[in-house]
Design a protein around this ligand. Structure first.
Ligand code: CP3
Length: 343
């Protein structure tokens, strides 16, 4: 497998910039909404290989992005660990909180790969359907972000429970970090073996970790997961996305064995170009909300990113997921601008 995305992730600064968008399969697309309406339960939707393949390929067919990301969710791991994950319309994800002290047992861990096998099947089918030069990304949540959901029982404003466990140096937190790390490595191995060309670890709530604990909670778990993957012969490149950690990116890039790092839109890319090690491919970082505005404001922001990353391996992306309100025509404009075509 080669192609613009993988070549760039392997450190070659190509003549053209690869591009894909986080949450590119999603509600801003009418064809996604149509398939989604046929499967009211979000988890069943993710576990339906036929539908997962269909929506994964929709943004590739429509826009020709350089990479597809398998349609699944970071909460599939808590689901497979029997945490009763469900999605309530308008309220987001809900799951049974683990604060009462229940543990993730070995038998739950053992059964995980079987329960997640439909994701593997969707990946194998997607890989077969994609052109050779389009990459397929598999993904999982990073342990800290998954632990926030496990402890808070859903989305949270301040992650107070998870942070309190951190500060109280609760041994249960350390055990969770270890077991969730192993579960994450298992899920990524499953996806790599099924045919994913690259893997991504979303640490969406990394910004909630106090700075002095980032090494323990954000950086070390990434390395332990990559270590497990490499021990099992998984060779796929890995991208980390520690959203919102700002200056923490320096240690994150220098001290992890990642091939790529996602940069959110709070980071000045000129600072990133000067400061972050050049062996790491950077991915990002257009504010998804700029796609709602479109026009000159978006065009200037795109040019600024292209300029800041000139001469360095860079995968164009957003600083976070595309929003449901995004006009599809603005996505076409974005692609044309990045690819240097008239829109
Ligand atoms: O296109 C892609 O990027 C691939 C699919 C993907 C989804 N979720 C599908 C999805 C990916 C990569 C994710 C990752 C994910 N899921 C993250 C990390 C990235 C980030 O955004 O920070 C997180 C935190 C989650 C957890 C999650 N899943 C939330 C908070 C929600 C929103 C709930 C809501 O009601 O909006 C989801 C649901 C979800 N996952 C949707 C999609 C397209 C929307 C649900 C729908 O279609 O009804």
């Amino acid at each position: 497998m080669t192609g613009l995305f993988l070549d760039t992730l392997h450190g070659q600064a190509a003549r053209e910039r690869p591009i894909w968008l986080m949450r590119q399969a999603g509600r801003y697309l009418a064809e996604y909404r149509a398939v989604r309406a046929s499967e009211p339960d979000f988890i069943s939707f993710c576990l339906n290989p036929e539908k997962a393949v269909e929506v994964t390929l929709q943004p590739i067919d429509r826009f020709g992005f350089d990479a597809a990301i398998i349609f699944s969710d970071i909460l599939m791991v808590p689901w497979a660990l029997d945490r009763n994950v469900h999605f309530v319309t308008g309220e987001g994800p809900k799951l049974d909180s683990m604060v009462r002290g229940d543990e993730i047992t070995e038998s739950l861990m053992d059964g995980m790969s079987d329960r997640l096998s439909p994701v593997a099947e969707a990946i194998t089918r997607c890989r077969a359907a994609l052109q050779d030069d389009k990459a397929l990304i598999g993904f999982a949540g990073a342990p800290w972000t998954i632990i926030t959901y496990l402890l808070e029982g859903g989305s949270s404003r301040d992650f107070a429970t998870a942070r309190r466990w951190l500060w109280e140096n609760d041994k249960r937190f350390d055990r969770l970090l270890e077991t969730v790390g192993r579960a994450t490595a298992d899920f990524l191995t499953l996806q790599a073996e099924a045919g994913a060309d690259a893997l991504m670890l979303f640490d969406s709530w990394a910004s909630a970790v106090p700075a002095h604990l980032r090494r323990k909670v954000v950086i070390d778990p990434v390395n332990s997961i990559i270590g497990m993957l490499r021990d099992r012969g998984v060779k796929q490149p890995v991208i980390g996305f520690p959203k919102g950690i700002g200056e923490g990116l320096v240690a994150y890039c220098n001290e992890t064995d990642l091939q790529g790092v996602g940069i959110d839109h709070g980071v000045d890319l000129r600072w990133a170009a000067e400061t972050l090690p050049s062996h790491i491919t950077l991915q990002g970082n257009l504010d998804p909300l700029s796609l709602i505005a479109g026009g000159d404001a978006m065009a200037c922001a795109i040019d600024d990113i292209l300029d800041a990353m000139a001469g360095r391996p860079h995968i164009f992306n957003l600083g976070h997921g595309i929003t449901p309100e995004t006009p599809v025509s603005h996505v076409h404009d974005l692609l044309a601008r990045v690819r240097g075509e008239d829109s």
